[in-house]
Design a protein around this ligand. Structure first.
Ligand code: URA
Length: 213
């Protein structure tokens, strides 16, 4: 597993405002969207392309086009939805599949409650959107799900990551045989006893969409 921390002053600037508890939901949603677009630029560095030649008004020019099958973008509901537009801005022709996963706040175990994905993902590059890589349980389950359907290259985009979650994810994916990359704006210090990232930004779903009772 490869972890890429995007080292860029604009990423750090937007992330700082996201962390601030005084940032209200409308601003939070806008900044998360912009931040994901910056992370998506890094995350798509190895997106598959085919060579093509086009005719300019002057001459032939060698170039590339996105390869088929097109990449699949998979936001993890609920909070991953807040990252979808920012990702699709860079990959407008990608397809989108949905995975609903929820973390039991007592056991911290992830379970799948909804799924809308192609049955056959053979040869597909998948981009998973999950804002917080905390314990790693949700992402590990999502990656397994996609690999079981045939995905052969997976990149997760996470606003924030915790060292414990990255270690757990790496262990959970041992022997998977499929390359997995995590692209993130920052690796934070640690998790607290409730599984929240410290210093983090709080509950990403609540910050985006408000508290569900
Ligand atoms: N999920 C969140 O939304 N925030 C955290 O800090 C950890 C998991």
């Amino acid at each position: 597993m490869r972890i890429h921390v995007a080292d860029h002053p604009l990423v750090a600037h937007k992330l700082t405002t996201l962390r601030d508890q005084a940032t209200a939901s409308p601003t939070f949603r806008g900044l998360a969207d912009e931040l994901v677009t910056l992370l998506a630029y890094e995350a798509t560095r190895d997106v598959r392309v085919d060579p093509v030649t086009v005719r300019t008004p002057v001459a032939d020019a060698a170039g590339v086009r996105l390869a088929s099958p097109k990449p699949l973008v998979v936001p993890i509901l609920r909070a991953g939805l807040g990252m979808l537009d920012g990702m699709m801005r860079l990959l407008p022709t990608a397809e989108v599949g949905f995975l609903g996963m929820v973390r039991n706040e007592q056991t911290l175990q992830a379970s799948t409650y909804a799924e809308r994905l192609p049955e056959d993902l053979s040869g597909r590059q998948c981009y998973v959107l999950d804002p917080m890589l905390a314990t790693g349980g949700t992402l590990a389950a999502a990656v397994r799900f996609l690999v079981d359907r045939g995905a052969d290259d997976i990149t997760a985009i996470c606003l924030l990551t915790a060292p414990e979650g990255c270690a757990r994810l790496e262990k959970a994916l041992e022997g998977l045989g499929v390359p997995v990359t995590v692209v993130t704006a920052a690796m934070d210090e640690r998790l607290d006893e409730k599984g929240y990232i410290v210093p983090g930004l709080g509950d990403a779903g609540d910050r985006l969409y408000g508290v569900v009772g």
